[in-house]
Design a protein around this ligand. Sequence first.
Ligand code: RTP
Ligand code: MG
Length: 143
Amino acid sequence: MAVERTLSILKPDAVGKNAIGQIIARIESAGLQVVAARMTHLTQGEAEGFYAVHSERPFFGDLVKFMISGPVMVMVLEGENAVATYRDVMGATDPKKATAGTIRADFADSIDENAAHGSDSLDNAKNEIAYFFRATEICPRTR
Ligand code: RTP
Ligand code: MG
């Protein structure tokens, strides 16, 4: 296994529930490190650009509206197999199908408001990280 980086977004519902700390605790317990982090309130253009791959899907409008409904926390996570590890920690897209103990099972209310985003491939992770962070904002561990 290789050390990877992935992009995480704690979505407006999770931030609104004041669950940032509880979710980061699960990320750290899974062996992933937060190497960059920032609070931001996405503009419509930023949300549309981020989810551009879904622009033709019927849920796109609602997805963008939700993503700009409140502040989010964007993070870069680093660790062994980080892309797949974080997808496991998040659980299935639909919280009703997510394994107990995952972020979405425990903090999400619906498939539309599902608490967290995680990159779905290493290539997408690289692009998504660059969408939100400059290289100098990423701070890998030195000890
Ligand atoms: P994300 O990108 O947010 O990490 O979620 P994901 O990979 O698990 O799911 P994806 O297929 O990329 O979909 C992005 C977001 O769109 C909403 N969605 N709604 N109503 C629907 O059938 C549906 N399908 C997807 C979800 O909020 C999902 O997180
Ligand atoms: Mg996705």
